[in-house]
Every structure is written in structure tokens, then in C-alpha cells.
Design a protein around this ligand. Sequence first.
Ligand code: FEO
Length: 172
Amino acid sequence: MLSKNIEHALNNQIRIEAESSQTYLSMASWAETHGLEGISKFMYAQSDEERTHMLKLVKYINERGGHARVSELKAPKTSYETFKEMFEELYKHEIFVSDSINELVHISFSEKDYATHNFLQWYVAEQIEEEAQAKLILDKINLIGDDKGGLYLFDRDIQQLTLNSATSKGSK
Ligand code: FEO
């Protein structure tokens, strides 16, 4: 059985994952309307992934005798100056999510809720991957600079990244 404190903290994480999903959906839509097909596919896939992160928490809370709550969400930004700014925001957002997961791990440990502590390890590993991926993408964007040909190739390559990541996650 979850303590009220842990249930509350996990429910807060449900909201964060749901807001992440909405944020990336908004980025996908912006990219799609700016001719950035590959980037938009990548963002749609990220948005779907965040929804699975959220659902995993919903199932866990309910399984442990708590009540997963679906709450109101903050509206995400709908436009971006540049695609670089968009990816900078994605990277910052993932760091924020990692901090939030770390805080949850800390709470579960201090309350000696080792089941939740164990459950959260999946998120810890996932955040390492997500941060590394976002950093890699930003490094590539910085390499491209203002080169239009570079952007064309980047938009094509990131589509490949989406496909690879879907394949490797599917086989996990
Ligand atoms: Fe579910 Fe990208 O954090």
C-alpha cells in the first residue's frame, strides 16, 4: 500500500509526464507546419513515449492501492523562433524531468518504500537515455549553424533516429 505522501508525489509525476507529452505534441505540430517533416515525426514519437511514461505510473499507483488522478494540464507553448530553440527547450525540459524523478527516488528511499524505489529505477535509466539523446541532437544542431543543406540532412537523419529508437525500445 502506498503512503499518502508517495501517492501524491507519484500523481504529481503523472501530471509532469502528461505535460511533457503535450509539450512535444505542440512541438511536433509546429515543426509539421514549418516543413520540418523529420523533426515533426521525431516529436510525435516523443509525445507518444511520454504518454507511455504517464500510463506506467497510472497503472503502478492503482496496483498498489492508490488512486491515479488525471489532472488539469498547463498549456504548452505553441510556437518557436527556430527549431534550435525548440530542441534547447526539449533538453531543458528533460533535465527538469530527471530532477523530478530524482526527488521521487529520494522520497521513496527516505520512506523505505523499496517497491516504489525499485519501480522508479526504470525512469532513472530512461532519463539517462533521454538526456543523452537530447544533448546529442543539440550538438548536431550547433554543428549545422545556419547551413540550409545541413538542416535538410538533419531533418532526414532525425527521422532515422526515431525509427531506430522505436525498434530498440520495441525489443526491450
Ligand atoms: Fe518521461 Fe522524457 O520524460
